[in-house]
Design a protein around this ligand. Structure first.
Ligand code: ARG
Length: 407
């Protein structure tokens, strides 16, 4: 009998390494798929590890550029942020990995794909909704929802008995997911929401207390809502994010400590590091405030929120997402120009902005003699603007007087 073939989203951690062997024991041929989203893993080492665990084949793909241009930048343009804090770094990687799992399955005639997500998180939903949309004929297996291990100890002893390499010294207290847009950290003592994260919880940013005592200025230029250069140097998307991320890490920018609402109904405490996202959102939003009209800015907030929920809830490959992108892309046409930011001890503040599409007219806003604003017209405007409120007050007074008389 031909062995069944599964493409497994492999991270190199304990769970997915054990999973390779678990599938082999069940008669599957395993293709381990390793996605490079800028997490700086040693992919050669992980490839060997997957083979040692019993993988028939290992596919490593550098997805950094696709991640940036197809997932991160559309999200930056939309200014999507989940529950006011989370820049969605983990959530954005999932649909791309799912897309690749489906492609690799098709190329290798595999009928099954699998992931190592637990049954109580968001990622299982993101993977499976995307896989079912893009590869409706594929079987999806989520072994962590059904496997026999009742504890980490049992899993570790399975690993030991099956010669799966486990570096106990490297076993972090935390569960960490990393890519070039940010780091998500949970578990361990972070599970007590009243306790401050220990120093070692944050992985890439400097504690703002230890960051330089001198502020640093940085210029970011945008074309149609996308950052294209830093300090006058044009950079491709991946390099640009890495450059901005390094600056943010150095100044302790982008640390987030939040309670979030998971899709499966659970509140969880997670901390994040998103230095590049924090800096680029600040710059993008500063530029938009200069070039977009008030009514568009007001309406885009609704779109941003919808976009954030859609990403968080794993609905990337949907018509709604395409429709929202169309709106966002139209309003981004004028988001071109330059923003100056000051980075200092965990803060990132816009201190200057300019654009050929600027709607700012100094002659209207100035208080000096250049002023062209028609002050007299304000009087009529206020009269009409205030009309409904005066009417309301008059009505209330008449009614109260009448009520008094009738007593
Ligand atoms: N809570 C985040 C999300 O749902 C991150 C999940 C993964 N976190 C982790 N530390 N492994 O997108």
């Amino acid at each position: 009998m031909d062995a069944k073939k599964v493409v497994l989203a492999y991270s190199g951690g304990l769970d997915t390494s054990v999973l390779i062997k678990w599938f082999v024991n069940k008669g599957f041929k395993v293709i381990a798929f390793l996605a490079d989203l800028g997490q700086n893993s040693d992919f050669k080492m992980l490839e060997d590890k997957a083979k040692k665990c019993g993988a028939d084949k290992v596919v490593v793909e550098d997805l950094k550029s696709q991640f940036v241009y197809n997932f991160v930048f559309p999200t930056l343009k939309s200014e999507a942020i989940y529950e006011s804090n989370y820049f969605l770094s983990t959530a954005l990687g999932r649909p791309l990995i799912a897309q690749k799992l489906v492609e690799v399955a098709k190329q290798n005639n595999a009928d099954t794909v699998a992931h190592g997500c637990s049954g109580k998180g968001n990622d299982q939903v993101r993977f499976e909704v995307a896989i079912a949309t893009l590869g409706p004929n594929l079987n999806i297996v989520a072994p962590l929802r059904e496997w026999e291990f009742k504890s980490r100890e049992e899993e570790l002893s399975f690993a030991e008995n099956n010669s799966i390499p486990v570096d106990v010294t490297k076993q972090s207290l935390y569960s960490i997911d990393k890519n070039l847009w940010g780091v998500s950290i949970e578990c361990g003592e972070l599970e007590d929401p009243s306790v401050a994260p220990a120093d070692d919880a944050y992985q890439i940013t400097l504690n703002p207390k230890d960051s330089p005592d001198k502020a640093e200025l940085v210029d970011v230029a945008f074309e149609k809502g996308i950052p294209v250069s830093v300090n006058g140097v044009a950079l491709d998307g991946v390099d640009l994010i890495n450059k901005v991320s390094d600056l943010g890490c150095k100044h302790g920018i982008g640390r987030i400590d939040m309670i979030e609402d998971r899709l499966v109904g659970i509140k969880s405490r997670e901390i994040y590091e998103a230095p590049a996202a924090k800096i680029l959102y600040t710059a993008h939003s500063a530029l938009e405030s200069l070039v977009l009209s008030k009514d568009i800015l007001d309406f885009r907030k609704i779109v941003s929120d919808k976009y954030a929920h859609l990403i968080y809830n794993g609905l990337w490959f949907t018509e709604l997402k395409t429709a929202l992108d169309n709106f966002i892309n139209i309003i981004q046409e004028k988001v071109c120009g330059k923003v100056k930011l000051e980075l200092y001890k965990g803060n990132c503040i816009c201190v200057g902005r300019e654009s050929k599409y600027s709607l700012y007219n100094r002659k209207l806003s100035t208080y000096d003699k250049e002023d062209i604003f028609d002050h007299k017209a304000a009087e009529g405007f206020i009269k009409i603007f205030g009309l409904p409120y005066r009417q309301q007050m008059t009505n209330d007074e008449i009614r109260m007087t009448n009520d008094g008389k009738n007593k």
